[in-house]
Design a protein around this ligand. Sequence first.
Ligand SMILES: *Cc1c(COP(=O)(O)O)cnc(C)c1O
Length: 400
Amino acid sequence: MQNFDPSRAIQDYLVFGEFGDVNPSITDSSTYTFLSADKMEEIFEREIEGCFLYSRHWNPSDKYLADALARMEDTEAAQVSASGMGAINCTILQICSAGDEIVSSHTIYGGTYALFKNFLPRFGVNTKFVDITNLEEVKNAINGKTKIFYCETISNPLLEIANIPELSKIAKEAGIKLVVDNTFSPMIVSPKRLGADIVIHSMTKYINGTSDCVAGCVCSTKEFIDSLYDVNTGASMLLGPVLDSFRASSILKNLHSLHIRMQRHSRNAMYFSKGFLKLGVKVYYPGLPQHKGHELITSMMNEGMGYSGMVSIDTGDADKAKKLMVKMQEEMVGYLAVSLGYFKTLFSAPSHSTSSEIPEDVQEKIGLGKGLVRFSLGLDNDIAMSFERVKKCLKEIDLI
Ligand SMILES: *Cc1c(COP(=O)(O)O)cnc(C)c1O
């Protein structure tokens, strides 16, 4: 285990509003006045720290949230964006040009998979998909054109674990950037401290935690973040996926309870996983010693946050999975919905939803069965009662 405490880093971040408000004031402006015309000219010619020009470039509310996120990921800087996909796109397009290649894990979020597989080739950026648990395969896929190695700390939906220290060594040797999507494990794993160059989150999920908006962020060196919002060449500046300042300030407030939420999501996921295991249901959870990435994630994780709130079970076939989910919704276990990190439990069948962008033969190859049901555990206090309800549903579909 690692001994970094991301919650301390955020707790020690003190910013005030303009009247000493305990929450920083929300900036409700798209543009900013200048007292001298020379100053404005100066800003356009070379970036000046701490100056605000136009809200697509930077606004104070986004900056407060970005600074807190940089502290959480222990990076020099961060940038927030209007969605996780916005953060991923800006990162990729900042680094890659036509003719460049990406090497990516084949078990990634469906939207990212579709971006790499279907969309980026139109602009001459091609991706090789690999099994990241096979480091030889990773090495062999990298060539002179490769610019990025891309993976998720805990992958969706099979909860495979990326060996960030080893992947970082490979990336450094090849002179390429290791980009890690840490959406499933904020505070649990700190990828930059393990060697990642760029850390991305869909804040839509755990970081915000209230399922009321989509948002994303990129955490990295000051040099890389500066490059993203360069007025002439920056992907974030020129593509424009800016996060609204009202949202940035509400996410910042939610960020301050993230450590408590992660602990509870993790505790509940562990309870469900052990329960499934006991009932003989095929279960995937990195907190279980039976999971093949258990030791690896234990060595990479920060102490005290648990193993995250995501659990997948295999019901064996698509029909059973569908019946189970409808019954669980009726029994008030939670909602049949995609996404994760909400205060209520959410469940969906990845094969037909969040991973449906991945072709069927590939799904089969990576072990993504049609009967798979993914849970994002909520913040239930009486988790034993919630599991009793699940058990009742499992009996009704004849799985146990
Ligand atoms: C949801 C998700 C994304 C995309 O984020 P949006 O906020 O929906 O754009 C990327 N990566 C992972 C792992 C996700 O779960």
